[in-house]
Every structure is written in structure tokens, then in C-alpha cells.
Write a protein that binds this ligand. Structure first.
Ligand code: SF4
Length: 75
């Protein structure tokens, strides 16, 4: 659990593979539009979120510090 992280999914890039939701199912889910959306952003540790972002084939996921907006993954 990490309360200082925010997940962003670029809806214009996501192609709906679902890989991120399989890697971090508490943090990401496929929405009704077939694209990934953040779910419980505080449920998953940074390593798992980074793995989900790294697996995305279109680099649609970024992880940020909620307090400053600084991107912390992927780097
Ligand atoms: S891995 Fe990337 S392309 Fe696939 S659903 Fe997640 S955000 Fe979308």
C-alpha cells in the first residue's frame, strides 16, 4: 500500500490488452470502454505498479507521486 502514488492511464494509447489488470488487479481494471482505468490507487506497491507499467505494450501507464506529480515509473 502506498498512499502517495497516482496511476495515470493514457486513454488515447491504451489498446485494451488487459495485461496491466492481470499484473496489478487491485490497482487497474478494464473499463466499459475496453481500456484500462485506475482502480484503488493505494492498494498496490510501487514495484508491482512499475511492473504493470513496464508490461504495457504501448507505454500507456505512468506512476506519479501524488504530492508533486513527479513521474516515478517507468523511468
Ligand atoms: S497493458 Fe497497456 S494497453 Fe494493455 S490494457 Fe493496460 S494500459 Fe491498456
Amino acid at each position: 500500500m502506498n498512499e502517495d502514488l497516482t496511476i495515470r492511464v493514457d486513454q488515447t494509447r491504451c489498446v485494451g490488452t488487459g495485461q496491466c489488470a492481470r499484473t496489478a488487479p487491485d490497482a487497474l481494471t478494464l473499463g466499459r470502454n475496453g481500456r484500462a482505468q485506475p482502480r484503488d490507487q493505494h492498494s498496490t506497491d510501487l514495484d508491482t505498479l512499475t511492473e504493470a507499467a513496464d508490461f504495457c505494450p504501448v507505454e500507456a501507464i505512468t506512476i506519479h507521486l501524488a504530492s508533486t506529480g513527479e513521474q516515478v515509473a517507468p523511468l
